[in-house]
Structures are given as structure tokens and as C-alpha cells.
Design a protein around this ligand. Structure first.
Ligand code: FAD
Length: 613
């Protein structure tokens, strides 16, 4: 009843909350709503239920229908799959918030920490169809009416954060802004795992958790995780945002969804001739702002005075002192004007978080990806499950628009991991499954992911057409027992992990083993299983490279367990190769897992073939 609506103040507050356009307003209106309805937002377990009961407002009901539909998915076990778990999520970027939502649907207590006070990133993200479907399912259109209207398939980072923040709060997630995570604090006495925060007196510093998810973006890597660097040819990106006044003239200008140089040489040639600007590609999206992202050639940046001096090191090249900001603004402005045929009238820069023209230049020559997606740490009998999501797991390649798509996929995969953890699956199995799924992530494209978005859930099998949840085995993750003071991690070289059916393709490794075990008695290597059963082949390999470490004449073919134990301990102590298989399993011919063997032998090969320093 619209008359009644107008008299119930909570309805007006709910409307303000839904429409709020800044992080601060969202939080303020949310707090007011909780006060008016007399619900404690810290009562996370029954918060959403009470909210639904007490906010009897027709506009809210449409949203509850959507959220209820999501929450009723059997994967969440009616919100009871992870009721025992307490999760700390670092970062309220799109991926941190998306993960937080899933964890709360599983029934966990979720606290999100964000160092920034506001959401100020204008940059616009391309969305794959499944992410649009997913966000609609969370009510994105109710919070942001313009969300993906017509053929639009993008959204600004800040709008996306606002939508996800609102959903998170409604589901009982605790979100703290203006607080920086610094470190993990190990359990002591009765206390479990906690976080060192800045400011140190922040109430979230007392939160004890058993799950820690890092969604800190970019190159943020929490302790225990390692990053690999993938280096390409020098690539300099420029992003810029102009004010969108939403006039008819602006509405008419067509977007550019990626004019790669090879496809439109004429355009880039004309741009160069007329303006001196030389680009590899350019994208233009119309959103809250007019957003342009382009890859510029170093030579033209030098020639136009944007970069002052040439350096071969990208960091030095793009250091603020070597960039003429005004020239950069002109460069970006002229590229935007030319590529839209001068039809965007009166282009004025939007402001960035620092109140400056929103123009940025960055190097994306190097992409980072984490070597593994999960870890378990244990201190004083208290285990902590750690996971990475979003850009800090795999840095995206923006021209492909992989950031949000792979970011959300990893959020779901991580929620699936927490679900298994909550349901008591042994931790090595939890890690092995998470790493198996992580192997698939970087190969995902809109084409090879399942097309039926309606069936998508946190279960990886609903999304990846080629998911093999056990391509990595529990015995391939390092055991806690052998390294009590170390985090449990996967072996260093994840590129080794390949689907089991390609094991036979490791001829080179096989030849290497054959060459270096030739001539040893009772050793005949011709595969990755039977040939290794007695343990003599592994010992022979060690003996070949380090004769002083093993006395071959003392070994007996029938003492397989002993031989393996000896080889394993030598390889671990002398060469630092972690144990991935059990000696007794290896001694039984039917228990030798070829993939584990390939993985292990590759590390042995690597260790013995490192050039001497
Ligand atoms: P972020 O959005 O970076 O969020 C991380 C959050 O963690 C931040 O809010 C940060 O303040 C916070 N944080 C960090 N450290 C701490 C700490 N110690 N304590 C507390 N909080 C902390 N993706 C696409 O899908 N499509 C595109 O077209 C696209 N274009 C892009 C263009 C450019 C120029 C760039 C740079 C990126 C682009 N991306 C694109 C990538 C996209 O921006 C990211 O994938 C997306 O924002 C990742 O979300 P995230 O949550 O992982 O990380």
C-alpha cells in the first residue's frame, strides 16, 4: 500500500539504501535501517531472516525472492554447510565481496576488511555473459537500474562494488572499511588465528577465524604464497575517464569494444598521421563515465613528450618522475576525441580518488599468477585454511576481460573449498581438490565454460566443462607432519600438473631417467610405474649424480620400502624436494600413481640439472 509505505520510515530508508551511490551512504543507510527495524547486524545467523520478517515492504520483496532463490540451492545445505566456520576476507573489491556473499550463504560468519574508505574506481569492466546472469540473480538491476541494459556488457568497478556491498550487508556479512590488514597473528593459548590491523585498536582485530581469504587485488600476496611472473613484450596501458553528462549527443556515440590493430590498420594509421598517437588497440565504454583504455607504443609516448626519457626497465620508464602528466592528459584526450570522431562534445576529465583528472598509465608487460590457490597452516593444533581469489590469484589480461569472469569463478571455487572444509573433508583432500580446479581456471573462455548459466553453482562441475576435481591427489600436497613449522603448500612448479592422460607424453623425462640409470643392476626404467617399484631406480638416479649419498652395494631389491624411504629422505634433506608419495604405496606396484611419479621425477631432474653456481 503506497500510503502506508510513505509513513513507515524504514521503507524510505530501504529505498535510500538501495539507491545509495557511495560506500559511506550504503553503510549509513544500512545502519539506520537496522536501528529502525531493531535488528543487530552482528547477529549474522538470523539477520537476513529477521530483516525479511520486519521489513514488510513490497519493493524489498522482489529482492528477497531473488536472494531466497539463490540461498535455496542444495549446495548451501540450507545455510548449514559451514556454520562452524569463521571467515576473514581481505579486500572489498568485486572478488572479495562476491566470495563473502557465497561464504555467508554457506552459513559461515564472514568479516570483510577494506583499507579504502570509498569506492572511487571509475574504470569499466567487461563482463562475460555468465557474470551478467549471476549479478542479475543477486538483484543487480534493483540496485543499479542501468545494469547491463540492452546489449551493454560492462559496469564500472565502483558500481559493481556498490551492488555487491549491498547484497553482502543484507546477507549478514560484516564489512569494515578504512582498516588495513597487515599480518596474520598465530594462535596462542586459548586464542585462535587473528589479524594484525591498522588501526590496531579496530574491533575486527579480536575476530578469531579458521578461514582466511585474500582478495587484496593486484600484486598483494599474503605470507606463504608465491607468485610466478609471466613476461610478455613491453605493453603500456593508458586508462582515462571523462564526465558523462548523459546528453542525447553523447548517447549517440558508438562504443568501441576493442579495435585491435591487426583488424583496423587504417584507423590506427590515420590516428598516427593526424595526431602522432600510435596505439596497439583502444576500447571505449559508455557507463557512469566515458571510459577509454588503450595500449600505446613507447616510441610515440616519447615523441609526444609523455615519457621524458627512455629506459629499458619498465618501472623506471613509467616512474612518476619520468612522466609528464599534462602531456599524458593531452595524449589520452586526443586519442579519445579521434576514436569517437570528435562527436563527444566538451570532453572533460572525471576526477579520480585524489581529485585529479582520471588518467593513468601502467605497465602490463608482466602478469602475475599465484603458484597455488590454497594453503593450510597449523599452529598449536589450530588449523587455518587460506585461499586466494581475484587479481591476487591470477592477474587478468584486461583486453580479454578476464578479470571479473575468472575472478568470480575463483570466488565460487573457493566457496566450494570452504564448504568441503566446513563439512569435515580431510584438509589435504580439500587442498588437492582446490588445486585441481585451479589448473582449469586459466584456460577458461566464454566458449569453453558451460553455457547453461542457470545451473551454475559453487560446485565446479556445474561451470567447467572439463573439470577434473582430482587431477591432483592429496598425496601430492606436502604433509603438515613433515614440515610442522611450514605452511602446507603444493610443490613449486604447478606447470607440471597435467591431465593424467598426457602422462604418456613425457618421453623426454623417461629418456633422461633411462640415460642416468643405465648400467645399474636390477634397474630397468621403461615407464613411470612398475619400473620404480623396488626403489632401486630412484636410488640409482641419486647415485649417478651424487655417488657419495648412497651406497648401492648395500641395497636389496626386495627391500622396496626401505629403498624408497632412503631415496626420499636423501632427496628431501639434500635437495629440498618435498615428499609427495608414501614409500609403502610405492612399494606396491598397483599403488603407483603415474602422475605423482612424473611430478616427483621432474623435480628430481630439475634439482640435478641446475647449473652449478
Ligand atoms: P581489486 O578490485 O583490486 O580489489 C582489491 C581490494 O583490496 C581493494 O579495494 C584494496 O583497497 C583492498 N586491499 C588491498 N590490500 C589491502 C589490505 N592490506 N587491507 C585491506 N584491504 C586491502 N577486468 C574485467 O573483467 N574486464 C575489463 O575490461 C577490465 N579492464 C581493466 C582495465 C584496467 C586498466 C585494469 C587495471 C584492470 C581491468 N580489469 C578488467 C581487472 C579488474 O579491475 C579486476 O579484475 C577487478 O577489479 C578485480 O577485483 P579484485 O576484487 O580481485 O581486486
Amino acid at each position: 500500500n503506497p500510503l502506508l509505505d510513505s509513513v513507515d520510515p524504514s521503507h524510505a530508508t530501504f529505498d535510500l539504501f538501495v539507491q545509495a551511490q557511495s560506500c559511506k551512504d550504503v553503510k549509513n543507510h544500512f545502519a539506520a535501517l537496522c536501528r529502525q527495524l531493531d535488528i543487530d547486524p552482528r547477529d549474522f545467523r538470523s539477520f537476513y531472516i529477521k530483516l525479511k520478517e520486519r521489513l514488510n515492504y513490497w519493493k524489498a520483496k522482489a529482492l528477497w525472492t531473488k536472494l531466497d532463490k539463490r540461498a535455496s540451492h542444495p549446495d548451501y545445505k540450507q545455510g548449514k554447510a559451514s556454520t562452524k566456520n569463521k571467515c576473514l576476507v581481505l579486500g572489498a573489491g568485486p572478488c572479495g565481496l562476491r566470495t563473502a556473499i557465497e561464504l555467508s550463504l554457506l552459513g559461515a560468519q564472514v568479516v570483510v576488511l577494506e583499507k579504502r574508505e570509498s569506492f572511487s574506481r571509475n574504470n569499466v569492466l567487461h563482463l562475460w555473459p555468465f557474470t551478467i546472469y549471476d549479478l542479475r540473480g543477486l538483484g543487480a538491476k534493483k540496485f543499479y537500474g542501468k545494469f547491463c541494459t540492452g546489449s551493454l556488457d560492462h559496469i564500472s568497478i565502483r558500481q559493481l562494488q556498490l551492488v555487491l556491498l549491498k547484497v553482502s550487508l543484507l546477507l549478514g556479512v560484516e564489512v569494515h572499511t578504512g582498516v588495513e590488514f597487515q599480518n596474520l597473528i598465530e594462535p596462542s593459548g586459548e586464542n585462535g588465528w587473528t589479524a594484525k590491523l591498522q588501526p590496531g585498536s579496530h574491533p575486527a582485530a579480536t575476530f578469531q577465524f579458521d578461514v582466511f581469504i585474500s582478495a587484496g587485488g593486484g600484486r598483494f600476496v599474503p605470507d606463504g604464497f608465491k607468485h610466478k611472473e609471466l613476461r610478455g613484450k613491453l605493453a603500456i596501458g593508458i586508462t582515462t575517464n571523462f564526465i558523462n553528462r548523459h546528453t542525447a549527443a553523447e548517447a549517440h556515440v558508438a562504443e568501441i569494444s576493442g579495435v585491435a590493430r591487426i583488424y583496423n590498420q587504417k584507423f590506427f594509421q590515420e590516428l598516427l598521421t593526424e595526431t602522432g598517437i600510435d596505439l596497439e588497440n583502444i576500447v571505449y565504454y559508455k557507463d557512469d563515465t566515458h571510459y577509454f583504455v588503450m595500449t600505446a607504443k613507447k616510441k610515440s609516448l616519447l615523441k609526444m613528450g609523455v615519457i621524458k626519457r627512455d629506459y629499458s626497465d619498465a618501472e623506471e620508464l613509467l616512474a612518476p618522475a619520468n612522466v609528464d602528466q599534462e602531456a599524458l592528459c593531452r595524449y589520452a584526450h586526443d586519442a579519445a576525441t579521434f576514436s569517437t570522431g570528435g562527436k563527444l562534445p566538451d570532453l572533460q576529465f572525471a576526477k579520480n580518488h585524489a581529485g585529479q583528472p582520471d588518467v593513468a598509465m601502467f605497465d602490463f608487460t608482466c602478469m602475475h599468477r599465484a603458484e597455488n590457490a590454497s594453503l593450510v597452516r597449523e599452529r598449536g593444533g589450530k588449523k587455518l585454511l587460506m585461499g586466494l581469489v581475484g587479481d591476487c590469484l591470477v592477474e587478468p589480461f584486461w583486453p580479454l576481460g578476464t578479470g571479473i569472469a575468472r575472478g568470480f569463478l575463483a570466488s565460487f571455487d573457493t566457496a566450494w573449498m570452504v564448504r568441503s572444509w566446513g563439512m569435515g573433508v580431510p584438509h589435504l583432500k580439500v587442498l588437492a581438490e582446490r588445486e585441481s580446479i585451479y589448473q582449469v581456471l586459466s584456460q577458461t573462455t566464454p566458449e569453453n565454460t558451460c553455457k547453461n548459466y542457470a545451473v551454475y553453482s559453487i560446485n565446479p562441475k556445474t561451470r567447467y566443462t572439463r573439470a577434473n576435481l582430482s587431477s591432483i591427489h592429496a598425496n601430492q600436497v606436502r604433509t603438515a607432519e613433515s614440515h610442522p613449522s611450514q605452511p602446507i603448500a603444493l610443490s613449486d612448479d604447478l606447470s607440471l600438473f597435467v591431465p593424467s592422460d598426457s602422462v604418456n607424453g613425457f618421453e623426454e623425462l623417461l629418456r633422461w631417467c633411462q640415460k642416468h640409470t643405465a648400467g645399474y643392476q636390477n634397474v630397468n626404467v621403461n615407464d613411470f610405474s612398475q619400473s620404480w617399484r623396488s626403489g632401486l631406480a630412484l636410488c640409482a638416479l641419486i647415485h649417478h649424480f651424487r655417488p657419495r649419498l648412497i651406497d648401492m652395494s648395500s641395497l636389496d631389491e626386495s627391500s622396496a620400502v626401505y629403498n624408497h624411504q632412503l631415496a626420499f629422505s636423501v632427496l628431501e634433506k639434500e635437495l629440498g624436494i618435498p615428499l609427495v608419495m608414501s614409500a609403502s604405496d610405492l612399494a606396491k606396484s598397483d599403488q603407483i600413481d603415474k602422475l605423482s611419479m612424473v611430478l616427483y621425477l621432474t623435480q628430481v631432474q630439475k634439482a640435478f640439472t641446475v647449473p652449478a653456481k
